[in-house]
Design a protein around this ligand. Structure first.
Ligand code: 6MZ
Length: 348
């Protein structure tokens, strides 16, 4: 696991050793983690080393930013990190290396002496990507080979559809997810992600409506930024998603509509460092806690946001202003809600 920094690190540092032990031992589900945003910095640097003769200045600049802690003043600052990361994961071998490192960082004992992994169950998500070296199917196969190295009670994959994809690409991506599931591969759901200001969600619905019929879970990033219109959110909600990502700018009218959606994926550090939410105080997590709506606590992109599952849970337990000051009982209840919201219910 990479070093954590920022609000999650400050919250963790404020906890007593006993509180830290309590959080480490708590079975946690990580249900919203993007593969290419979760690669440990050490692994990314190793990939860059192998790549070095052809390393562009863009890759070098991005690595420098990620090492020192990327400052994200606007949404483009986050998305502009991705091309360099993608340049380093453009072959099946690099995808294998990156996926293995991400899975190990979440699921292998963290080396903190407790023997606990970061999380008990991981639903990793990724966007199948075709490059000069691989097809989308080859990409997905490389990822799934690594995911399936772990038992089904520990790891599964969600196939992401990117808002920037063409209609044909969305159709193919959803078909690929369904085909993989039908072949017995461990795909458990489909996600809609990508730059929230892009894409026409109305045109995505015909493809997304096939997801649940195929026995897959559906999760969608929704109302992530102020530019997301009510129509955009309504189009996504019309596909009856099982989980919602972020929901940062959902209006009260739309919040009323999501009462029956089983779970909202909350990414505290991501929202704060990405400057989509001003502070923990004003975070929409308060609305869900007050209304007893199920949530799951997630890292989103541990690489740029320099966080971990432990860090995110520390933000729940730490006293204000560093955390929400929730009780151990409440934090235990939230962790259980997360486990219950998995697409493939892990039974141990
Ligand atoms: C929307 C996000 C995201 O799929 O290549 N992604 N989309 N909002 C976010 N919040 C900050 N964080 C990550 O992982 C990287 C991709 O995940 C999506 C973006 O499309 C990004 O390119 P994969 O493994």
């Amino acid at each position: 696991m990479s070093e954590i920094a920022g609000p999650a690190a400050a919250a963790l540092a404020s906890l007593s050793p006993d509180d830290v032990l309590f959080l480490q031992a708590l079975p946690k589900a990580e249900l919203h983690a993007h593969l290419n945003g979760s690669i440990p910095i050490k692994t990314l640097l190793e990939l860059a080393q192998q790549h070095s003769p052809t390393q562009s200045s863009e890759v070098a600049d991005t690595l420098q930013k990620l090492k020192s802690g990327a400052v994200l003043d606007e949404i483009d600052d986050f998305f502009s990190l991705m091309p360099a990361i993608y340049a380093l994961t453009s072959t099946p071998e690099a995808v294998t290396t990156a996926t293995r490192a991400v899975l190990q960082s979440f699921l292998n004992p963290t080396g903190d002496g407790t023997g606990s992994p970061q999380c008990a169950y991981l639903e990793l998500r990724t966007t199948p990507r075709a490059t000069a070296h691989m097809t989308q199917e080859r990409y997905l196969t490389a990822v799934l080979d690594e995911v399936e190295f772990y038992p089904a009670t520990q790891a599964a994959l969600i196939v992401s559809v990117d808002r920037r994809m063409s209609d044909l690409d969305v159709e193919e991506c959803v078909s690929l997810a369904i085909e993989m599931k039908n072949r017995g591969r461990r795909v458990v759901g489909v996600d809609v992600c990508g730059d929230p200001r892009k894409g026409d969600m109305q045109s995505f619905t015909q493809h997304l409506l096939r997801v649940k019929g195929a026995g897959l879970g559906l999760t969608v990033h929704i109302a992530e930024c102020t530019e997301n219109t009510t129509e955009d959110s309504l189009a996504l909600l019309s596909c009856r998603p099982d989980r919602l990502g972020h929901t940062t700018f959902l209006s009260d009218e739309l919040k009323a509509l999501i009462r029956l959606i089983p779970c909202v994926e909350i990414c505290l550090s991501s929202n704060i460092l990405g400057k989509l939410v001003a502070s923990l105080d004003t975070h929409h997590i308060h609305y869900y806690l007050k209304n007893n709506h199920p949530i799951v606590i997630c890292t989103d992109d541990a690489l740029p946001f320099r966080t971990s599952c432990l860090g995110e849970y520390s933000l729940l337990l730490a006293q204000p202003p560093l955390g929400l000051g929730l009780s151990r009982g409440d934090v235990t209840r939230i962790a259980r809600m997360g486990m219950d919201a998995a697409f493939s219910r892990p039974c141990d």
